[in-house]
Design a protein around this ligand. Structure first.
Ligand SMILES: Nc1ncnc2c1ncn2[C@@H]1O[C@H](COP(=O)(O)OP(=O)(O)OP(=O)(O)O)[C@@H](O)[C@H]1O
Ligand SMILES: [Mg+2]
Length: 240
């Protein structure tokens, strides 16, 4: 087995009495395209936020390429090479599309190269005609792509995407799946999604979260036929 690019050990997050993440041992191999699924409140976003230093773990550890990042700051983790598109958008709505991309490109590559890189990213996202439009005026799907573009421009080794296709049309969802597969050629990717059709298009291995723990981990097809997973989605929490 290769050394994991990302690993968590007994990772735990409590919010008051809620164990949002309840002892998660997670391993991700370099080059994977992993999907995380699970019902609302399962802890998926909380897990992503801990891995990216947005919230500190209550206990347990997070290792990135063997280095303990459990207590590292958000900006340090970004510099080390973990990029995230959060579930709630964090683009600058009042700022033009090109400017948003330019700012992300400058962060990783410096001002001299930022313009060329921003323009290339707009081409790749097929959004060049909207370069000077404030991001707040774009469609929901277009804003998601801008955010994914901003993450990629920082050249992360791991890309975490929290619900990238939520609220998209079927056409937009298909384009997003293609974009994610392309990103996966150069980066390890983890995607949180609820849309099973979308997951079917991209998934190799699926991890199922339930009540803060990993319930199952397997191929998409096996997960879809796993009775425990079906029960969780139907709201039957065992013991019945
Ligand atoms: N900042 C917070 N303060 C208190 N409780 C929180 C906070 N963030 C999350 N929680 C709780 O932690 C649990 C996990 O939430 P989380 O947002 O990680 O779930 P999720 O799997 O991402 O759900 P969804 O699919 O709806 O996005 C929930 O019970 C939620 O209410
Ligand atoms: Mg979430």
């Amino acid at each position: 087995m290769t050394a994991p690019i990302l690993e968590t050990r007994a990772l735990e997050k409590r919010f008051g009495g809620v164990r949002a993440i309840a002892g998660v041992d997670f391993r991700l191999e370099p080059g994977e395209l992993r999907c995380l699924i699970g019902p609302n409140g399962a802890g998926k976003s909380t897990f992503f936020k801990m891995v990216t230093g947005q919230i500190p773990p209550t206990s347990g550890s997070i290792l990135f390429q063997g280095t303990d990042i459990s207590r590292a700051e958000k900006h340090e983790i970004g510099r080390l090479g973990i990029g995230i598109k959060n579930q709630v958008p964090d683009v600058f709505n009042g700022v033009a599309l090109r400017e948003n991309l330019w700012l992300a490109a400058r962060f990783a590559h410096g001002a001299a190269k930022a313009g060329t890189l921003a323009d290339a990213m707009m081409e790749r996202l097929e959004l060049s005609s909207l370069a000077n439009r404030p991001v707040g005026e774009l469609s929901h799907g277009q804003r998601q792509w801008v955010e994914i573009g901003m993450v990629i421009l920082r050249d992360p080794k791991i890309v975490l995407l929290d619900e990238p296709s939520a609220g998209m049309s079927i056409d937009e969802t298909n384009r997003t799946a293609a974009l994610i597969r392309e990103v996966n050629r150069t980066a390890t990717v983890v995607v949180v999604e609820h849309d099973m059709q979308f997951i079917r298009q991209i998934a190799t291995k699926v991890t199922v979260f339930h009540q803060g723990s990993i319930l199952a981990e397997d191929s998409f097809d096996r997960i879809m036929t796993d009775q425990r997973v079906r029960d969780v989605y139907l709201g039957r929490h065992g013991g019945a």
